[in-house]
Design a protein around this ligand. Structure first.
Ligand SMILES: *Cc1c(COP(=O)(O)O)cnc(C)c1O
Length: 500
């Protein structure tokens, strides 16, 4: 028997006749099922699903939650993901009945509060971005990127410049950038980084031209570095007639400090579920609003929330926008994520947001300075909200970045992002966020130092990690190629459940 206690699947719990609910007696005449559902759809045998008591159901889900790691459980320095603590008051507000129970088809006069919240959130995001209007509709960062690129396309089309079919993207970019550009029908032109980790302006000069539709850039980039030549970059693209797209998924370093609009960008997407405190990571709803410069406003997707200043201010959804790119999502976006972001921005205030960014940058620099003793630091510059180490020294001992990441799990810490950005060999991308106390950062430093020592003294310990988690190291290739997505029962000789 393995020392890890087997966790029974829901399907393996229960016994015939157990129930987790009590229903009142039927007070209308009973109708046989066959009168309600056409016979061909009726089962002959009951479905083979477990019959469970309430206690068993509760234990199942609480048990599952305890096998999981989350920000509320421990440190989660997953680079490019901004796994900061999400204040619970935002959850309370998002679950108020007046927000949570709205129906998207309700008449406008009954949802004035929700529309006002959307209108004001848009204004706050525009102020943070240094731009003019925004749409809250995109459901994720990548969706915001696609929407922004559609605006770029509509803009050039309006000028009769359809020949602009290239989007320039740095080699350090997040993978969604080239994917979104390709999805929007653009050719992706890659611009290399220079030795200081910024965009190579020399190469950019060679790549911009009459085919350039725009440049997509993350600043600070995925190395956590602020581009020292940002104004030269944006000037060069604008002079060539291109638009500038800013990937602001991780805006945690810039809040109240600098504005993408001032750097010369025309479109910015934010990830409300990263920077603005919505729990994320489990595939739940996100929100990727984009803010734009005034010349792009006519193309924004519908509907746009507008304010009417008649008898008393009232808000309405404007669909009458002839140049709009159309609808990009059902209804208005993920509203309850907007409520959380609004609550976060209003409770923090401008000073609080600025402080959050300063603390996020301080935490990252503190970790970077202390950890470079144990791990190679390929770009030794002051970093922003995150930084990238390389496990190249450990690799020489036969230990890969992945082994370091897996070993961290044994210490109750979520792994950093690994093997990204692609331009760093054996990359370990670390983003501590502003919400961790110094004691946690110090503990992380001690653990990373201990792992570096293990790499020298007992590398096997790392290569076979994790040892103390509920499941050991999984065969990721097999999991990706042969995912087991549903319960198939305990069939004799069936080995497909091994990887559950
Ligand atoms: C997370 C992230 C994205 C994509 O955001 P999703 O909401 O996951 O689609 C894009 N760019 C960067 C830099 C990111 O970190």
């Amino acid at each position: 028997m393995s020392p890890r206690k087997e966790f029974p699947l829901l399907m393996e719990r229960g016994a015939p006749g157990r129930r987790a609910y009590l229903l009142p007696d039927l007070d209308v005449p009973a109708q046989p099922l066959k009168d309600l559902i056409p016979g061909e759809y009726l089962r002959e045998e009951p479905a083979p699903i477990p019959e469970l008591s309430e206690l068993e159901v509760a234990r199942h889900f609480v048990g599952l939650s305890r096998r999981n790691h989350g920000v509320d459980v421990g440190f989660y320095p997953l680079g490019s993901c901004t796994m900061k603590y999400n204040p619970k008051v935002n959850e309370d507000l998002a679950s108020l009945a007046g927000f949570a129970n709205l129906h998207p088809y309700q008449p406008e006069e009954t949802v004035q509060g929700a529309l006002q919240l959307m209108y004001e959130l848009e204004q706050h995001l525009c102020e943070i971005a240094g731009l003019h209007r925004a749409t809250l509709t995109p459901a994720a960062g990548a969706h915001g990127e696609l929407t922004g690129l559609m605006l770029i396309k509509a803009y050039h089309h309006s000028l009769g410049q359809d020949e602009r079919d290239e989007i320039i993207i740095p080699d350090a970019a997040h993978g969604t950038n080239p994917a979104s550009a390709a999805m929007c029908g653009y050719k992706v032109v890659e611009v290399p980084s220079n030795e200081r980790g910024g965009v190579s302006v020399k190469d950019l000069e060679r790549l911009v031209g009459p085919k350039t539709a725009g440049l997509m850039l993350t600043n600070p980039n995925t190395l956590g570095l602020f581009d020292e030549e940002i104004l030269a970059i944006t000037d060069m693209v604008r002079a060539a007639g291109g638009l500038l797209y800013y990937d602001g998924a991780n805006a945690n370093a810039i809040l109240g400090k600098c504005r993408p609009g001032d750097m010369g960008f025309d479109i910015v997407h934010f990830n409300l579920h990263k920077t603005f405190s919505t729990p994320h990571g489990g595939g739940g709803p996100g929100s990727g609003p984009i803010a734009v410069r005034d010349m792009l406003v006519p193309f924004l997707p519908t509907p746009v929330v507008e304010k009417r200043e008649d008898r008393r201010a009232s808000y309405f959804l404007d669909y009458d926008r002839p140049s709009a790119i159309g609808k990009i999502k059902g209804f208005y976006g993920n509203f309850l994520v907007m409520v959380r972001a609004y609550a976060y921005i209003r409770t923090m205030g401008p000073e609080g947001l600025r402080q959050a960014s300063e603390d996020a940058v301080l935490s990252a620099n503190y970790l970077m300075e202390r950890l470079r003793e144990f791990y190679h630091l390929p770009y030794p510059r002051i970093c922003m909200h995150e930084f990238v180490l390389s496990a190249s020294r450990q690799k020489a001992l036969g230990v890969a970045a992945q082994d370091v990441a897996k070993r961290l799990l044994d210490y109750g810490i979520h792994a950093p992002t690994v093997y990204f950005p692609l331009i760093v060999e054996e990359a370990l991308m670390i983003e501590p966020t502003e919400t961790e106390p110094k004691a946690v950062l110090d503990e992380f430093i001690d653990i990373m130092a201990a792992i570096a020592k293990e790499a020298e003294e007992s590398p096997e310990q790392l290569k076979t990690a994790p040892h103390y988690t509920v499941v050991g190291r999984l065969d990721e290739t097999r999991a990706a190629r042969h995912p087991v997505l549903r319960w198939r029962g305990a069939v004799e000789g069936d080995t497909t459940r091994d990887g559950r």
